[in-house]
Design a protein around this ligand. Structure first.
Ligand code: ADP
Length: 368
């Protein structure tokens, strides 16, 4: 018995070294009070601390004074949802300079399932990437320069296709490995880790393929109301099962130039986001409105929910690729929606007045 325990401890130690201490990705573990409990070599290097000097430090050693509130909101959201991925943030180094990075905060749970701390993954950003992502104009131009390979271009779809098969092999092999009886604990835990990550990668690939099936946008005169009805039809049974009501008011408006395939994906994704935000909400309702805005000269479709809405700081992150606050999210839905609206010469507006849920509005100028 004692030997077994020691063996297990040795295993845990070597797993911790492989997965945490020597991992290339900078990582930190914080307690619930946001004090540093563990830090790996990558994070020590990135933040410029000597070994052993960051343990026990409070969040104020990692984050600018003015960002402390945002940081604690971020961890609170991770505690609620399990994870927040790829949040744009600044962190302090030992010498009080600033590193710009994408922060992923994963809630750690104890055996009873209560949140006991957070694992932070830090992904530093080069200045070019940063300004491109921060400034939609620069980003759009950069995307165009790249021949639209960022989202719906051919390269994405080729890449996604090519990567799908090897991923499938990784996934099924790791499943097999994990299910085999009599495996040492280390092999089983490793296989589980591979499987979980391969699943996430598969989901990202699937989203890219869903959005890129037909290559470039082909715009044709089409009723936005018909596109909305079609997408509502796709999600109808899921909404009924989740007891989410739909309040529909589709008004008269001219047809617009749109690609039905892409627009169905965009609207479905927005409805699906609303439905997910409404999980556990009493009297959950999604309202879907459309019509013509004479002052702006635009046809609109607005999807609004009475869910928890979004913090102002989250609104700034929404259209960034891979930003997600969901355990199984890809963070690609809104990013691709904005790209597609760009291709349509339209725009997408997200609003979340305090206490009023979230609303996402698609606007089209190219009317028939
Ligand atoms: P994903 O749904 O995979 O996370 P999206 O790009 O579609 O990716 O959404 C990014 C994030 O925006 C979500 O993780 C969520 O935090 C937020 N979000 C989107 N729609 C809503 C909504 N209706 N209410 C609250 N939060 C939302």
């Amino acid at each position: 018995m004692k030997e077994e325990k020691e063996e297990l401890r040795a295993l845990q130690h070597s797993l911790c070294n492989t997965i945490f201490v020597n991992a290339q990705e900078p990582m930190l573990v914080l307690g619930l009070d946001l004090r540093v409990l563990l830090v790996n070599n990558g994070a020590l290097k990135l933040l410029g601390w000597a070994d052993g000097s960051l343990g026990g430090k409070p969040a104020s050693a990692l984050v600018l004074e003015k960002d402390l509130r945002e940081f604690s909101d971020l961890t609170a959201l991770a505690a609620k949802n399990g994870v927040v991925r790829n949040y744009r943030f600044y962190m302090l180094t030992a010498s009080k300079s600033i590193v710009r990075l994408f922060l992923t905060a994963q809630a750690l749970k104890d055996e009873a399932g209560a949140v006991s701390g957070f694992c932070l993954y830090l992904s530093p950003v080069s200045p070019d990437e940063w300004s491109a992502l921060k400034d939609p104009h620069v980003f759009r131009n950069a995307a165009r320069k790249l021949g639209r390979l960022t989202s719906i271009g051919q390269l994405t779809s080729m890449f996604a296709h090519d990567i799908k098969n090897p991923l499938h092999v990784i996934l099924s092999t790791s499943e097999l490995l994990r299910a085999q009886e009599g495996q040492p604990e280390q092999v089983r835990a490793g296989a589980e880790l591979i499987e979980r990550n391969a699943r996430r990668a598969s989901k990202i690939v699937k989203t890219l393929l869903d959005f890129s099936r037909s290559g470039m946008c082909r715009l044709e005169p089409y009723s936005l109301n018909d596109a909305a009805e079609y997408s509502l039809g796709l999600i109808d049974s899921a909404l009924k099962a989740a007891k989410v009501g739909v309040d529909k008011d589709l008004g008269a408006a001219p047809k617009v130039f749109l690609d039905p395939h892409y627009m169905h994906s965009v609207i479905y994704n927005i409805l699906n986001n609303a439905a997910q935000a409404l999980a556990g909400v009493k009297d959950a309702v999604i309202s879907v409105r459309s019509g013509w805005l004479p002052a702006e000269g635009e046809v609109f479709l607005t999807v609004k929910d009475n869910g928890p809405g979004l913090e102002p700081a989250m609104l700034d992150n929404l259209f960034q690729p891979f930003f997600t606050t969901k355990e199984n999210g890809t963070g690609l839905g809104l990013y691709l929606a904005r790209q597609i609206m760009d291709e349509h010469g339209g725009r997408i507006i997200v609003a979340s007045p305090p206490g009023e849920g979230a609303s996402v509005s698609l606007r089209f100028k190219k009317t028939v």
